[in-house]
Structures are given as structure tokens and as C-alpha cells.
Design a protein around this ligand. Structure first.
Ligand SMILES: Cc1cc2nc3c(=O)[nH]c(=O)nc-3n(C[C@H](O)[C@H](O)[C@H](O)COP(=O)(O)OP(=O)(O)OC[C@H]3O[C@@H](n4cnc5c(N)ncnc54)[C@H](O)[C@@H]3O)c2cc1C
Length: 340
């Protein structure tokens, strides 16, 4: 890893002015080596330093965000919660109100990585980490996401890749927390270099390859995520997140699901069903949501919904095994959520 400068700004404006580009933009190149000289944002540094050690990034300067006051708080906001981007996954997983009212998010954070990593990894960094695709992370493969002309996964080792929405690139989105955040209808607060603010939903923020082949989200150079906002859930909301790994160990999931159900006397008024590790952005299973809405959540309805969640799936040569895993996870999640 090459030498780099360290900058520790005290406020958001200073950090935003200093960031010359985003990590995704810094990884796009004509061929060969990544360009040197960028100034990049760093939170816990787990993904960023991995990319530097792998020789995929050569920044001149890292902008350490963790000394900016106020970005590490969880506070109430209009009946919901406002979570600072520097809140760690372990803080999120153990926070009493998150566990009680946003259970699927606490479960997703608590199931990500290992205890040591969760103590350092932030929610902002988790959402913005780059995909685990081994072609993206290989210096020997100049793939479409880095400015090349092909996605090597289509004719290659695609067992961990997408089964939905993989037009042009078959990554799966790496953030387990994003699966739950989308199910809860979370929004982001983003501040730009000249103080400009915007507040996209997480669903709007995350992009499919058909919208942009080179990045997973709409973050622009100099923009900083300053909060993740969870709207107030309905009184009788039940939620659950389940992650399935290849082995019983810390790792990214083969498949994960988040369900958020607004129930009244066992009848579903509103449902959100999201599949993670299924597509380049967490996949909203709208046919499953429709199959649940207005129904009493019992075994036959659950079975229909779990099958409906796979509508439109187009598995690649080596990842068809994900279909029964998603169906089973979803049945389990719906049963467990309704049982409380
Ligand atoms: C062994 C292992 C297992 C793992 N398992 C999982 C798993 O199961 N599920 C999962 O989701 N993740 C998993 N991870 C990934 C880990 O959760 C992420 O790498 C971590 O959350 C990144 O957070 P960070 O604070 O270290 O981010 P950093 O590495 O500091 O930053 C990541 C990206 O976010 C940008 N960034 C950070 N904060 C901001 C901000 N406020 N505004 C704008 N940009 C920002 C940075 O510029 C960078 O592009 C695993 C990691 C390891 C090593």
C-alpha cells in the first residue's frame, strides 16, 4: 500500500470541500493501474483500506470522518429514528429502541461480519462499501464496473452473483443493512460541497446497472451522508431479517431477506419484502408484498407469497441454487415475524 496523507476535519463543510471524488469514480480507469492523487472519505476504513491494499485505489489523502461531532448519535425524529452515519454496526445491533421498534435492522447489523469488525464498521460505510464481486476486486480483470467492456461473471464463476436485474453487470449489493433499511422505507440526508442538501430514500439512492454501470449509488464527489432516517413504523409493525451464509461463520450472505409487516388482528395492512444478495441493489419483491396485503398471514398465504417473490428471477449458470434458499428464508421470516 502506498503512503497517503491523513486529514481529520472537524466539520462536514470542511470534509465535503476536501473530497475530490468518490471511491466508485476513483476505480474507473481506461486500463491497468488506478489513477493516483484523489482525496477520499473514510469512516471505519474497513472497505476503503481493503481496496487500497488490493491495489485498486491509490489515494493521495484520506479524509477521516470519525472526529466530526454529532455523526455518531441515534436520536428520535418525528416518531422514527435519525441515525448518524458513524454509528457502528455493534451500536446499532445493541440499541434498545432499534431492537424493539426496528428489529430487522438490529438483526441485519448484528448478523454482518464479525464482532471485531462490527465495532469499527459504520452504518454509512456499510451502505457505501463496494461489491464483493471477485472480478471487480481483481486487478487482472478490467470489468465493466471499472470502465472495461465486459462483465466476466456472465461466462465465469457466477455462483455468488445476481439472479435479478443483472443487465450489463451481475454484482450483488454487499450491504446487509441496506436490505432492512429499504424494508423500513429509510431515507438519507446528504450534504454537498456548497452546503446543498438532498434526502433520497435508500431505495432511490441505490442504482441498478441499467442506470449506471460504474457505481452502486447516486453519491457525487464532495457529498457526505449525514444521517439515515427511519420513519415512524405503524403501531402493530412486525419485522424480521434472516441471513443465510455458506458456512456458519462471519461472511457476506448467499441470500438474506427482510420483511416488515403492518398487522391488525393477524391481517396484513401493508407489507415490505426485500431480498438481499439477489441483485445489484436490494430487490423489492413487490409481487410477494401484493400477495400478503389484505390477507391473514397463515401458511398457505405465506407459501404463495414466498413463491411470488421469485417472479422475474433469471439465475445465471451457477447460482440457480439461490431460488429455493430465498423461498425458504422468506417462508421462515414471514412465519417468525407473525409469531412475534
Ligand atoms: C470478514 C468480513 C465480513 C463482512 N461481512 C459483512 C456482511 O455480512 N454484511 C455486510 O453488509 N457487510 C459485511 N462486511 C463489510 C463491512 O460491514 C463494511 O466493510 C463496513 O461496514 C464498512 O464500513 P466502514 O465504516 O469501515 O467504511 P469505510 O471503509 O470507511 O468506507 C466505505 C465507503 O463509504 C464511504 N463513506 C463512509 N462514510 C461516508 C459518509 N458519511 N458519507 C459519504 N461516504 C462515506 C467511503 O468513502 C467508502 O467509499 C464484512 C467485512 C469483512 C471484512
Amino acid at each position: 500500500m502506498d503512503a497517503f496523507e491523513w486529514m481529520s476535519p472537524q466539520d462536514i463543510e470542511q470534509a465535503a470541500r476536501a473530497a475530490t471524488t468518490t471511491v466508485a469514480a476513483a476505480m474507473v480507469r481506461d486500463s491497468g493501474e488506478p489513477a493516483a492523487g484523489d482525496a477520499l472519505l473514510k469512516a471505519g476504513g474497513i472497505d476503503l483500506l481493503d481496496l487500497m491494499k488490493e491495489g485498486l485505489l491509490k489515494p493521495r489523502r484520506l479524509i477521516h470522518l470519525r472526529n466530526i461531532a454529532g455523526l455518531d448519535r441515534i436520536e428520535g425524529a418525528e416518531g422514527g429514528l435519525r441515525i448518524g452515519p458513524n454509528v457502528t454496526l455493534s451500536q446499532l445491533a445493541s440499541h434498545a429502541e432499534v431492537r424493539m421498534r426496528f428489529r430487522a435492522l438490529a438483526q441485519a447489523a448484528g448478523a454482518s461480519a464479525s464482532p471485531q469488525i462490527r465495532h469499527l464498521a459504520t452504518l454509512g460505510g456499510n451502505l457505501l462499501q463496494r461489491p464483493r464481486c471477485w472480478y471487480l476486486r481483481s486487478r487482472a480483470h478490467h470489468c465493466t464496473r471499472k470502465g472495461g467492456d465486459r462483465c466476466f461473471a456472465f461466462g465465469g464463476e457466477n455462483q455468488y452473483h445476481a439472479i435479478f436485474d443483472h443487465k450489463g453487470c451481475a454484482i450483488v449489493h454487499p450491504s446487509t443493512c441496506a436490505t432492512a433499511l429499504i424494508a423500513f422505507g429509510a431515507r438519507l440526508e446528504i450534504t454537498g460541497p456548497r452546503g446543498a442538501r438532498r434526502a433520497p430514500s435508500v431505495e432511490e439512492f441505490l442504482l441498478l446497472p441499467e442506470a449506471d454501470l460504474h457505481r452502486e449509488n447516486t453519491l457525487e464527489p464532495g457529498e457526505i451522508v449525514t444521517a439515515i432516517v427511519l420513519p415512524a413504523p405503524a403501531q402493530a409493525t412486525r419485522s424480521l431479517h434472516i441471513k443465510q451464509c455458506e458456512t456458519e461463520s462471519f461472511d457476506w450472505p448467499l441470500a438474506d431477506v427482510a420483511v416488515v409487516l403492518d398487522l391488525e388482528s393477524g391481517v396484513c395492512r401493508k407489507a415490505a419484502v426485500v431480498l438481499g444478495a439477489a441483485a445489484p441493489a436490494p430487490h423489492r419483491a413487490r409481487a410477494a408484498e401484493a400477495a400478503l396485503t389484505g390477507k391473514r398471514i397463515e401458511e398457505p398465504v405465506i407459501r404463495v407469497a414466498a413463491r411470488a417473490a421469485l417472479q422475474g428471477a433469471a439465475p445465471l449458470a451457477k447460482n440457480g441454487y439461490k431460488l429455493p434458499i430465498f423461498e425458504t428464508l422468506l417462508r421462515r421470516a414471514l412465519l417468525a415475524a407473525t409469531e412475534g
